[in-house]
Design a binder for this molecule. Structure first.
Ligand SMILES: *Cc1c(COP(=O)(O)O)cnc(C)c1O
Length: 419
């Protein structure tokens, strides 16, 4: 049985390819030749509807299988990926003078980040091809997602991360049994080495902004958001941006929903970047061409969104431009402060890159970009437990600390009296 993919379309030349013709990119442009997966929406409409979803008990991304680039009968990994909660956050809203704010917590995925949505597709595609080894370069979370999902099906994988990746992320990879290469260099260096290695060894490559199926996994978040809101699309979605694959994927999901006629209007996508890794925000503000703009030196406490040359920059720019959204930049200080603010305001504990989306909402409100009656979704992309050192910096900035007491009620009373 076939899936509903019509063809793969090159973003740069518009040329189309059969899915069995190329594995990743338009060969004319090498690694920059990113392609988009084009579907037969009429066939999709015959396979799935808003009504059929209402009765579907599959609480995972696979509830949208007819909208994904996998065969209907393809075996899927057993870990429960996606269908993460969308929490109303009235206290956060009130703090910011907004009437309706929701937080979608993708830290609740099996490996604790949004990346599970993409890696799940990578594993299914690799197994379709009978690949012996899957590889990826990653700042940490894409790798953990890949190796975790590989572990769930017994698939070998080789991971390239910058040697400065947070220890919790490296530990997670090793626990899942991945072969881990700590690359002396940046994420961008790890990415290049991974491309060379997959070429040299014939490994299946999951790299972001290279493998066209990753956006397809990532789009499931906007499918869920709209379904969870009863198909009443929000006005704006805030998401942190590094390589731009998530925001591009969110856009793809929304375009699918518009094509199917399941939502009536396009939400505005708000990309939030760290000031020290602001390639896309800068290109957007200055109207620069991301095909010719040179890489920047990326440095931010939010390691998951540190990208000197965002690999999915074409889709990331289109996501903001075509939805009438904006790019917003926040400092590392604002990111760290957002960790406890988000946690206290709604009970969602985010890693720095996850809290960045909330910091971006705060900034957008300050800049008058958001009006009080808009329906706003903030996407937390990763769990706070991914980067405990980052969380500690955040709570220190918020001026909170633990108290030390003797194991003795009198001493406790002494301390309580000071609070
Ligand atoms: C990967 C990641 C992002 C950014 O996604 P891109 O596709 O690189 O823009 C944001 N937050 C977390 C936690 C991530 O792991």
């Amino acid at each position: 049985m076939m899936n509903h993919v019509l063809h793969l379309k090159s973003l740069l030349s518009g040329r189309t390819f059969r899915p069995d013709e190329i594995d990743y990119v338009d060969p004319e442009f090498g690694p920059d030749g990113i392609v988009d997966v084009v579907y037969d929406y009429d066939a999709i409409k015959r396979a799935i509807s808003r009504e059929s979803l209402r009765d579907n008990r599959d609480a995972s991304i696979w509830r949208y299988k007819p909208l994904l680039p996998v065969r209907p009968d393809a075996p899927v990994p057993p870990l429960q990926i996606g269908w993460t909660p969308l929490y109303p956050a009235p206290r956060l809203g009130a703090l910011l003078g907004l009437r309706q704010v929701w937080v979608k917590d993708d830290g609740r995925n099996p490996t604790a980040s949004f990346k599970d949505r993409a890696s799940a597709i990578a594993v299914v595609k690799a197994q379709e091809r009978g690949a012996e080894i899957i590889t990826t370069a990653s700042t940490g979370n894409a790798a953990a997602a890949l190796s975790g999902i590989c572990a769930s099906v017994g698939q070998a994988n080789v991971i390239f991360v910058p040697e400065k990746a947070p220890p919790a992320k490296v530990a997670q990879l090793l626990a899942y049994g991945a072969t881990v290469m700590l690359v002396r260099g940046t994420y961008d260096d790890a990415f290049e080495l991974c491309l060379q290695a997959s070429d040299a060894y014939g490994w299946y490559n999951r790299n972001t902004g290279f493998n066209p199926y990753m956006s397809e996994g990532k789009k499931t978040a906007t499918l869920e958001i709209c379904e969870q809101l009863g198909w009443q699309a929000p006005d704006r979605i805030f998401v942190s941006v590094g390589d731009g694959c998530i925001i591009g994927g969110l856009h793809k999901g929304l375009k699918d929903l518009m094509a199917l006629g399941w939502i009536e209007r396009m939400p505005k996508l708000m990309g939030v970047q760290a000031a020290g890794s602001n390639y896309l925000a800068e290109a957007w503000e200055r109207g620069e061409d991301v095909l010719t703009k040179p890489p920047i030196d990326a440095q931010t406490v939010a390691d998951s969104i540190s990208a000197g040359l965002p690999r999915d920059r074409l889709k990331a720019m289109a996501a903001v431009k075509e939805t009438g959204g904006a790019y917003v930049t926040v400092s590392d200080d604002e990111i760290l402060t957002a960790i406890p603010a988000l946690a206290r305001g709604c009970g969602v504990f985010a890693e720095p890159a996850g809290a960045t989306a909330y910091a971006g909402l705060v900034k957008a409100v300050e800049q008058g970009l958001v009006s009080a009656d808009e329906r706003i979704v903030v996407l937390n992309t990763g769990s706070g437990l991914k980067d405990v050192a980052g969380a500690m910096k955040g709570v220190e900035r918020a001026g909170t600390q633990a108290y030390r007491v003797d194991a003795d009620l009198e001493d406790l009373k002494r301390v309580m009296a000071t609070i």
